[in-house]
Design a protein around this ligand. Structure first.
Ligand SMILES: Cc1cc2nc3c(=O)[nH]c(=O)nc-3n(C[C@H](O)[C@H](O)[C@H](O)COP(=O)(O)OP(=O)(O)OC[C@H]3O[C@@H](n4cnc5c(N)ncnc54)[C@H](O)[C@@H]3O)c2cc1C
Length: 247
């Protein structure tokens, strides 16, 4: 992973921020690859055949994506309200997101202490949706210093509203986009193949890319045959799987 969040003397901050935009595997269909292969062999006399490396590679190579819908997985994602709408756009998944009408979001990810210290990068010139390299430490600290007070103000108004009986569904209107959230994302292996392929690409926002790569690295271990097949095809929609060899 590119340690864009590291800056001198702040190793603990790095640990925290990387943890924020990350995913943990909740569950995956047992023996997913074998299950997919058995379903792919629905028309054959020997659906339980031991060897299925060539079969799965063939399916990836020739875009027989429906067989990858026969196994599923679910991830628990820790991120912010700026990123969670991007996740929710992936309509083939089913989601469960932390309700701000039910819980005070600050109580959910307690380990995220200074939410306002989100990463600050320069606006990309070519891509109007994207960012370029990091800003200087001085400029970042300048904004963080300002944000510290705004953050304190927002939190104190929010708390006061709850204390005086205002409903969470109304009080949450003051919460910023950097508010932390937790999302459960479940879907078929087919959907995850394309999700990582797309959201792992350079043009996806860095924080979201970290989540996609995190999911990709976990699936690489869980689905080694499928991962290898993805890496051998020249499919531009799977470029996001190029996250290097690190685990
Ligand atoms: C860089 C970037 C910028 C974006 N900007 C905007 C924006 O400005 N405004 C906006 O409204 N939305 C934006 N989006 C969101 C985008 O338009 C889609 O809504 C989002 O990526 C969800 O994709 P999906 O509909 O394919 O859903 P998914 O749930 O990811 O996919 C739906 C189904 O299609 C399948 N599938 C996907 N790709 C393939 C493929 N290549 N081959 C075969 N099957 C496939 C999946 O397996 C799944 O079954 C952006 C996305 C990206 C990556």
């Amino acid at each position: 992973m590119v340690n864009l969040f590291v800056w001198p003397g702040c190793v603990s901050e790095w640990v925290r921020l990387v943890k924020l935009h990350s995913a943990e595997l909740n569950w995956i269909t047992p023996k997913s690859e074998r299950t997919i292969a058995r379903h792919a062999r629905v028309s054959t006399k020997e659906p339980e055949r031991e060897e299925f490396t060539r079969l799965l590679s063939f399916c990836v190579r020739h875009g027989h994506w429906s067989v990858f819908e026969q196994a599923s997985a679910s991830f628990e994602i820790a991120t912010t309200r700026a990123i969670s709408p991007q996740l929710l756009r992936h309509r083939s998944f089913t989601f469960q997101e932390l309700s701000q009408r039910y819980s005070d979001p600050s109580e959910i990810l307690r380990d995220v202490k200074d939410e306002f210290k989100f990463d600050l990068r320069l606006q990309a010139e070519a891509n109007r949706q994207s960012s370029a390299e990091e800003i200087s430490i001085e400029l970042r600290n300048y904004f963080w210093e300002k944000l510290k007070f705004i953050d304190q103000d927002i939190k104190s108004v929010y708390r006061e509203m709850l204390e005086l009986g205002i409903a969470k569904e109304c009080a949450r209107n003051v919460l910023p986009e950097y508010t932390t959230t937790r999302v459960h994302m479940s879907g078929t292996i087919r959907s995850f193949i394309h999700y990582v392929g797309l959201r792992g690409k350079e043009n996806t926002q860095l924080e979201h890319r970290n989540i996609a790569h995190n999911i990709g690295r976990i699936l690489k271990k869980e689905l080694p045959i499928i991962y290898k097949a993805i890496k051998t095809v020249n499919d531009p929609s799977l470029v996001g799987w190029d996250f290097g060899n690190s685990t």
